[in-house]
Design a protein around this ligand. Sequence first.
Ligand code: URA
Length: 233
Amino acid sequence: MRINKYLADCGVGSRRECDKLIADGLVKINDKIATLGSDVKENDHVTVRGKRVGDKQSLVYVMLHKPKGYVTTAKDDLGRKTVLDLVGDIKQRIYPVGRLDYDTEGLLILTNDGDMANRLTHPRNEVNKTYIARISGQLTEAERRTLEKGVLLDGVKTAPAKVKILEKDEHHTRVEVTIHEGRNRQVKRMFETVGKEVEFLKRVSIGELRLGGLKRGTYRYLHDDEIEYLKNL
Ligand code: URA
């Protein structure tokens, strides 16, 4: 088995992260530094930063209700709290699948299943993500349609989206937005193109997987049928 897949299966990280560890010379097979082309055979002794891996960890799948005020990376240069602080009692080394902004809340999946993480984030798979957003001002029907058809972000048009107005008053509009791309700050930047600010953003579903009534700041293990569903996306 190729070394990057082996490490991902062992829960070390996504394949891309494992490639980096290999390229950085931190991975050894039987005391020899591994390269990106190395294969692992049964009974090989594999280490990352000198620590044995390969007693395959059990795979763990978690849904977290991320609160605002947490970064979605393992470490933050500014010393801010990370989503891993909220799952600190899980002993396996899990990591977030995809990103939510510091001030965005809602559904985040964490796992040590590198292949699933790749499938969920690969653009080819077009997994729908649904958000509830509160927008400054009143979103007009014309603006709603413009956003659905696609707007230019960095010169590249966004894929067709679903934008549903849930309610509005004089100063705000509450909308449900479904997109399958995962571009940087995509929802906020889409609304900026029509002169509207996203004041609040929460992800409520990834594909068929729903946040439901999970309390903010807490997590739960995914059920077998949910894991099966995500594996077959
Ligand atoms: N779109 C955004 O603008 N921010 C997020 O966190 C997720 C989607």
